[in-house]
Design a protein around this ligand. Structure first.
Ligand SMILES: NC(=O)c1ccc[n+]([C@@H]2O[C@H](COP(=O)([O-])OP(=O)(O)OC[C@H]3O[C@@H](n4cnc5c(N)ncnc54)[C@H](OP(=O)(O)O)[C@@H]3O)[C@@H](O)[C@H]2O)c1
Length: 247
């Protein structure tokens, strides 16, 4: 069963693969028209075709101001927008000592400034339609840390942006929430998924004792995007197999 999203229009960033693809698939299964975003047009067209009815490819780099403006002009002209899922998230696993100002700025540009800018562009369209849902994909790294300082800071910032936007957009009836994934067996994590030591670690470290399957993120996002979540805002829902609560 999918949350009922009949007649809604969503934009999911980074939807050509991984968690974004699964989220877009679930929103479309719920009845939404879904704009799938990514930079590679071919991969995006294949993803949209795989989802089928309701899926539309919209290639642009979320770090590119002009491309983002043009994409929103297209969305405004063709469909309007009810739901924004900020799923793109860059990683930089280098240690603190290897990072410089430019690396930090590049991380914040994609993981924090772009979601701010996408929300800025999406909110007027949501107001027009009298319905608005923003779901930011953060990480357990928004709350706890193992290093990865640039990524960790960017996700903590995105969690704070979620709360700030929720406070400011509440009077419009627009809700803003975050979903924080734990360890998911996506393509981006293929090397770690193949490592039995990591599987053993997750066996001990998570309550459910395993990696998350990519499609297991999607129900939480679909719920928060639906009318049923109308009185939930400013929250972060961890979808992490119990990682954050397991001692
Ligand atoms: N996987 C996990 O275990 C995990 C854990 C915690 C948090 N997360 C978070 O969950 C989100 C998704 O993770 P994932 O592992 O599914 O990611 P992924 O497999 O690396 O997918 C990234 C997606 O984003 C697109 N993309 C990258 N940069 C872009 C840009 N500048 N503009 C537009 N699209 C862009 C990629 O397509 P193109 O390359 O064609 O642009 C692709 O569709 C991220 O925010 C990540 O931090 C994931």
């Amino acid at each position: 069963m999918s949350a009922d999203l009949t007649g809604r229009v969503a934009l999911v960033t980074g939807a050509s693969r991984g968690l974004g693809f699964e989220i877009a698939k679930r929103l479309a299964a719920g009845g939404a028209t879904v704009w799938l975003n990514g930079r590679d047009e071919t991969a995006l067209a294949q993803a949209a075709q795989a989802i089928g009815a309701g899926a539309k490819a919209l290639a642009f780099d979320i770090g590119d101001d002009e491309a983002t403006r043009a994409a929103f002009q297209k969305i405004a002209g063709e469909s309007g927008l009810d739901i924004l899922v900020d799923n793109v998230g860059n990683r930089d696993r280098r240690s603190f000592g290897q990072l410089d100002r430019a690396a930090m700025q590049a991380m914040l540009a994609i993981n924090l400034v772009a979601p701010f800018d996408l929300a800025r562009r999406a909110v007027p369209l949501m107001r027009e339609r009298g319905y608005g849902r923003i779901v930011n994909i953060t990480s357990i790294a928004a709350e706890i840390a193992r290093g990865d300082v640039a990524y960790t800071a960017s996700k903590g910032g995105l969690a704070a942006l979620t709360r700030g936007l929720a406070a400011e957009l509440g009077p419009d009836g627009i809700t803003v929430n975050a979903v924080a994934p734990g360890y998911f067996a996506t393509e981006a994590n293929a090397a770690m998924v193949a490592d039995p030591a990591i599987a053993g670690y997750l066996g001990r470290r998570t309550s459910l004792g395993r990696w998350g399957e990519p499609d297991e993120i999607a129900g939480a996002v679909a719920f928060l995007a639906s009318a049923e979540a109308a009185y939930i805002t400013g929250q972060t829902l961890a979808v992490d197999g119990g990682y954050l609560t397991h001692f």
